[in-house]
Design a protein around this ligand. Structure first.
Ligand SMILES: CC(C)(COP(=O)(O)OP(=O)(O)OC[C@H]1O[C@@H](n2cnc3c(N)ncnc32)[C@H](O)[C@@H]1O)[C@@H](O)C(=O)NCCC(=O)NCCS
Ligand SMILES: Nc1ncnc2c1ncn2[C@@H]1O[C@H](COP(=O)(O)OP(=O)(O)OP(=O)(O)O)[C@@H](O)[C@H]1O
Length: 198
């Protein structure tokens, strides 16, 4: 079974993904893949520089993530430009990793995809697990984790579909407003129901 793990920025996907890792489940992580496909020398990085200029590179020729983030989270058109360049490469590599796990005999594979709904990737997976939080908690955790002002954090949140919409498309929802232990209990319950844990 392929499980799509999603939510919105700072809703707790990585927290849940780490728990799944503890159960020994293989994870394909879109954020990790997004870093892989822009390594120096890659075709994708070359195209990003063509579109956004040398200013999105560090002195050592790597992608300046902070700089590119400050551009694309405040400008819908530029975000679409980046998505058009980077998403095909991310998708290809994610499917490669998924298929490799399956070829190696894994019965369950987790695909952690923040933009699963925005990019309409529901067909990649058999079940969708959404990690949700209230708007207040999301804003507070995002500001704290990324050291962002409320304004910058809100811009990032607005660049994704509302969590309420994602919950509608889920096979199961984890409410991550509470403690980590409460989240773990919900996760275990869902995995048992889906026959992933006994
Ligand atoms: C703009 C970049 C360089 C900023 O890097 P940074 O290290 O600050 O953030 P990071 O990659 O850890 O992403 C943090 C979160 O931001 C959100 N996010 C990232 N990219 C996007 C996007 N294009 N649209 C909406 N939300 C996004 C996701 O929730 C993600 O989990 C980076 O996010 C990126 O390369 N984005 C494009 C690739 C992408 O869409 N990734 C999301 C998973 S497919
Ligand atoms: N139940 C919780 N209680 C307290 N803090 C939490 C809880 N869950 C997550 N956090 C914290 O909130 C922040 C966001 O969580 P996490 O990084 O797991 O979100 P994410 O959905 O993976 O975010 P992104 O899409 O940006 O990668 C982190 O700093 C994390 O430590």
């Amino acid at each position: 079974m392929i499980i799509g793990l999603t939510g919105s920025i700072a809703s707790g996907k990585s927290t849940v993904s780490n728990m799944l890792k503890e159960y020994g489940l293989p994870i394909v992580d879109a954020d990790v893949v997004a870093r892989l496909v822009v390594e120096p020398g890659s075709e994708t990085l070359k195209r990003i520089v063509e579109a956004f200029g040398e200013e999105v590179l560090t002195e050592t020729g790597e992608l300046n993530r902070q700089k590119l983030g400050s551009i694309i989270f405040n400008d819908e058109e530029k975000r679409q430009t980046l998505n058009g360049i980077i998403h095909p490469a991310i998708r290809k590599e994610m499917l490669r990793q998924r298929d490799e796990y399956i070829a190696n005999g894994e019965k369950t594979v987790i695909m952690d995809i923040p933009l699963l709904f925005e990019s309409k990737l529901q067909h990649f997976v058999d079940k969708i697990l959404v990690v949700t939080v209230s708007e207040d908690v999301q804003l507070e955790r995002l500001m704290k984790r990324n050291q962002l002002t409320a304004e910058d954090a809100k811009a990032r949140i607005r660049s994704q579909l509302p969590l309420a919409v994602k919950e509608q498309g889920a096979d199961a929802v984890i409410n991550n407003n509470g403690t980590i232990e409460e989240t773990r209990k919900q996760l275990e319950h869902i995995l048992k129901e889906w026959g992933v844990l006994s």
